[in-house]
Design a protein around this ligand. Structure first.
Ligand code: EPZ
Length: 442
């Protein structure tokens, strides 16, 4: 297992290009199951472990996937799908595999999908998905850890989500797009990745409208022709690099973003003292301030402050000028990064879903362990801020699930960072003595 070795205290300066959104690419790739064309094409697909996993899953169903010359284009032919099972060994590595459930039911009227099981940040059940699909006319039995689903024909229905669910909304939108009749989804999630999926489906012949912020209407159609879509930019990667600038008191221009999807993050970082200039609808410049103000953070479904940015914001608050409260209101166990941040010298106390962060003057490098995707980003950010000594973040396979070429992008901004094998860096101090050149030949 690789580690990331970081020498902190260096202001990051320069430009960074954000990749396509993981959380838009995953449902859009899954939706290709429903399209008849042999040459479905998706652009701006990020090169991530989770994307590799969903491609593996589609291939196991019988799809053919070609990567084109341009690195970010994927061509998918699903016309020869002959298997309708998403096995446990794939689903357990990536819960978003459950996104094939709606498309398989819609297109092939059957599916056998492993229950995802828990994950580091919470139980993350899929009851909302299953209850909604039953209302659309699916017969669902959960047995031996698998969801067995089949239907004579899916029919439109009114779906009321108890609380907004991103992939729950996505599964229902996909299933309903080939159902007979109209489906109304109330309390639908509002994340922009859902609207990117809707755009991709409508371009291929679907008839889906978000008629109010939390209401989506789907008029079922007989078939979907060709999927051809460019995935929208990853707002969480963009937010992560914004924090990288703030936490290192740097000066970074972030390109190929959608400013409208970053309002809550822009507002919160401005409140914390960062100087943000909006260059255009697709670019901003953020300069870190010497004094980082302590600001309270409360995560909530879009358009409020994203839970996927909570760990990164906490890293910034560990070196803020006072005391703040971070409340995690979406997942029940998303503070796994706290203990690791404390190894770097942070002062954080957790009470239920509240973390009280008392800013310290400076962090110091140490060996830490990543526990989940956004926790790993938080530790890298804290390592970039640590003023003395090196930080070694282990288990960075978590990072590779959701960030494309993270160390290369950071090195291009002046970070002193290197990915090494476990063996190479058994002891961080030995490693440091070797004074290995960082960032070279990334
Ligand atoms: C999506 O997960 C994202 N993943 C997550 O990003 C993100 O953190 C989350 O939405 C919230 O924004 C993808 O899009 C692939 P939910 P999802 O259903 O859809 C509960 C990352 O870091 N719930 O919106 O699984 C659930 O436990 C990942 O990129 C049920 O109880 O999240 C949670 O408390 C992490 N029953 C809340 O709803 C259900 O059937 C919101 O979850 C479904 C959800």
């Amino acid at each position: 297992m690789d580690k990331m070795i970081i020498e902190g205290g260096i202001p990051l300066i320069g430009e960074v290009q954000v990749s396509g959104s993981k959380n838009a690419a995953l449902p859009i790739i899954a939706s290709s199951i429903m399209f008849d064309d042999a040459g479905n094409e998706i652009f701006n697909v990020p090169d991530l472990e989770d994307i590799k996993t969903i491609k593996k899953l589609l291939i196991s169903l019988g799809a053919e996937i070609k990567e084109s010359g341009e690195t970010d284009k994927v061509i998918i032919n699903t016309s020869n799908i002959n298997n309708y099972e998403a096995p446990y060994d794939l689903v357990k590595t990536m819960r978003a595999s459950v996104l094939v459930l709606g498309p398989l039911l819609a297109k092939y009227k059957r599916a056998r999908v492993s229950l995802p099981g828990g994950c580091a940040i919470g139980a993350r059940p899929i009851d909302f998905h299953l209850n909604a699909l039953k209302l659309l006319g699916a017969n669902i039995v959960v047995d031996h850890g698998y969801v067995e689903a089949f239907t004579e024909q899916l029919r439109g229905a009114t779906i009321n989500f108890p609380i907004p669910s991103v992939t729950g909304t996505e599964n229902v939108v996909m299933a309903a797009s080939l159902a007979e009749g109209t489906t109304v989804i109330n309390n639908a999630a509002r994340e922009p990745e859902i609207d990117d999926l809707i755009l991709a489906l409508n371009t291929g012949g679907a008839d889906i409208k978000r008629i109010e912020p939390s209401v989506i209407v789907v008029n079922g159609v007989k078939k979907l022709n060709k999927l051809s879509h460019r995935v929208l930019p990853d707002r969480i990667e963009a937010g992560t690099f914004m924090v990288a600038s703030a936490i290192t008191r740097g000066d970074i221009t972030i390109k190929d973003i959608n400013i409208g999807h970053l309002k809550a993050v822009i507002d919160k970082l401005s409140e914390a003292g960062a100087k943000i200039v909006i260059n255009s609808q697709s670019s901003l410049r953020i300069k870190g301030s010497k004094v980082i103000k302590s600001v309270d953070v409360a995560t909530a479904p879009y358009p409020d402050f994203p839970t996927d940015m909570q760990a990164q914001m906490m890293a910034l608050m560990t070196i803020s000028s006072g005391l703040c409260v971070i409340s995690e209101n979406v997942f029940e166990n998303r503070f796994m990064h706290v203990a690791e941040l404390m190894r770097l010298g942070a002062n954080v106390k957790v009470r239920n879903n509240f973390a009280i962060v008392k800013g310290v003057k400076r962090l110091s490098g140490a060996e830490v362990m990543a526990t989940d995707l956004r926790a790993s980003a938080s530790l890298v950010l804290a390592g970039l801020a640590s003023f003395d000594g090196y930080t070694a973040v282990s288990r960075i396979y978590h990072l590779d699930r959701g960030y494309e070429k993270m160390e290369k992008k950071l090195a291009n901004l002046g970070a002193v960072i290197s990915r090494v094998s476990e063996a190479e860096s058994s002891n961080i101090n030995e490693f440091a003595e070797k004074d290995i050149n960082y960032g070279k030949g990334m």
